[in-house]
Design a protein around this ligand. Structure first.
Ligand SMILES: Cc1cc2nc3c(=O)[nH]c(=O)nc-3n(C[C@H](O)[C@H](O)[C@H](O)COP(=O)(O)OP(=O)(O)OC[C@H]3O[C@@H](n4cnc5c(N)ncnc54)[C@H](O)[C@@H]3O)c2cc1C
Length: 407
């Protein structure tokens, strides 16, 4: 018998945001039938499976922003979820380290934001305490954040998928289903995929690096565009890994929504350093020279991108040079751990961030979720969206409950 393709909701995208949203809707509306469609053969293979794996505390973000509102609550819920479902995680803490006088005022702002955002257990530390916590790290001042942790977000995503099917009434999480178009009718939408049509009353777009395209398919008037920023990592060799106990971060440049090249001891014990942030010519391209004509054309014909290049060309050039020069990358790492040598690092993974850029070249910092008649579009969900995912899922559920009048 042919399986039904009629659902109440179709969620596009099997990353952690689509999964957390479907999970939260299932918990509060178990009778709503959801199909989550993912184009790849596995869940979580893009941003969710290519990141630093850090459960961010929530201290960086502007008080009152969506990031600030969701990160700390999402983090606590994620930890409880991991505990309940036996997903390995570790609350190992981290330090943010200033190495130059000119970073001190930004460090102060971060500390202030952390206090305003009620982040528990943050404290200012000096050079001696930095050395006590991370003996190989040098800095003039820092912040210790004891509630930061590490986890494998792919495992979280897979558990969410299992629960969506188990707790719902006929919910489906389907891989190898690429959404290719929407045919809108008054009370339902016909969702075209490579595997035939689905019908749904409501659509939730959580397509990450493709989210602006899915929004345009749904005729959403969005003036922002997803610009892919690749982040390359190096990995410390087994001997050099002893130089990093847990997580060491620099003071980020406040003009950019990226946290800077940091050291992360991952849940598997390996130590990664990165990621940098370079414009990528392919949205889902993980190699340094990957290229897609469609993605490049889309990006380079967007005036906002050129405005962004003009504003930040110096930063962009520096990042590009570091992407192709191990020596320059190493110099950046040596600011935090001066004793690192070229033989201590080897090329590691890479990830691509879906960063929304506005028409004036502005890098959209905060999460952006928009609603139109029968759909919700997650248009910007960069870091710390994985850490905050369960709280973002609550927010999506709240919008869906209200506007779709779910019972
Ligand atoms: C290098 C890097 C480091 C990061 N570090 C951290 C960190 O330490 N902590 C943290 O909290 N966050 C971190 N982030 C951010 C975090 O990974 C993302 O915010 C989060 O994973 C976003 O999840 P998502 O579901 O929106 O996107 P994704 O995981 O990219 O999922 C979107 C999914 O949609 C699918 N899709 C797209 N188009 C279609 C279509 N037409 N049909 C069907 N499916 C489609 C894609 O295949 C993909 O699986 C990092 C990100 C990067 C790139």
């Amino acid at each position: 018998m042919k399986e039904s393709t009629d659902f109440d909701i179709v969620v596009v995208g099997g990353g952690i945001i689509g999964l957390a949203s479907a999970y939260k809707i299932t918990l509060s509306h178990p009778n709503i039938r959801i199909a989550l469609l993912e184009k790849e053969g596995q869940l979580a293979v893009h941003q969710t499976g290519h990141n630093s794996g850090v459960i961010h505390s929530g201290l960086y973000y502007k008080p009152g922003s969506n990031k600030a509102k969701t990160c700390a609550t999402g983090r606590k819920e994620l930890v409880a979820f991991a505990k309940k479902y036996r997903i390995p995680y570790k609350i190992c803490g981290k330090i943010i380290v200033a190495t130059e006088e000119k970073e001190l005022s930004n460090l102060e702002t971060i500390f202030h934001n952390g206090k305003e955002n009620n982040i528990e257990g943050i404290e200012k530390i000096g050079p001696d305490e930095i050395k006590q916590i991370e003996p190989f790290c040098s800095g003039i001042a820092g912040i210790r954040v004891s509630c930061t942790g590490i986890i494998d977000f792919t495992r979280v995503a897979k558990k969410l998928a299992e629960l969506i099917e188990k707790k719902g009434q006929g919910n489906k999480v389907l891989t190898l289903h690429r959404v290719t178009g929407f045919d809108k009718h008054d009370f339902y939408t016909k969702v075209a995929t490579n595997k035939g049509h689905f019908t749904a009353k409501y659509i939730i777009n959580c397509a990450g690096l493709q989210s602006d395209r899915i929004a345009r398919m749904d005729v959403v008037e969005t003036r922002i565009r997803i610009v892919p920023f690749r982040g390359d990592y190096y990995e410390l060799t087994e001997e050099a890994a002893e130089k990093v106990k847990n997580l060491i971060y620099p003071v980020p440049d406040p003009d950019f929504p990226f946290l800077g090249v940091h050291f992360t001891r991952k849940i598997d014990g390996k130590v990664e350093c990165g990621p940098n942030a370079v414009f990528s010519f392919k949205r889902e391209g993980y190699g340094k020279t990957d290229f897609s004509l469609k993605d490049s054309w889309d990006a380079l014909t967007y005036p906002g991108l050129w405005k962004m290049f003009l504003k930040h060309w110096r930063y962009g050039l520096g990042e590009y040079k570091r992407a192709f020069s191990k020596k320059l990358f190493l110099q950046q790492l040596q600011r935090l751990i001066p004793s690192l040598g070229a033989g201590d690092i080897k090329p590691g993974n890479a990830g691509v961030r879906a960063q929304a850029v506005g028409p004036n070249g502005e890098l959209i910092d905060d999460f952006r979720i928009e609603r139109q008649r029968n759909s919700i579009h997650v248009l910007n969900a960069p870091s710390p969206a994985a850490a905050a995912s369960l709280a973002i899922g609550d927010y999506v559920n709240q919008i869906a409950t209200g506007y779709f009048k779910l019972r």
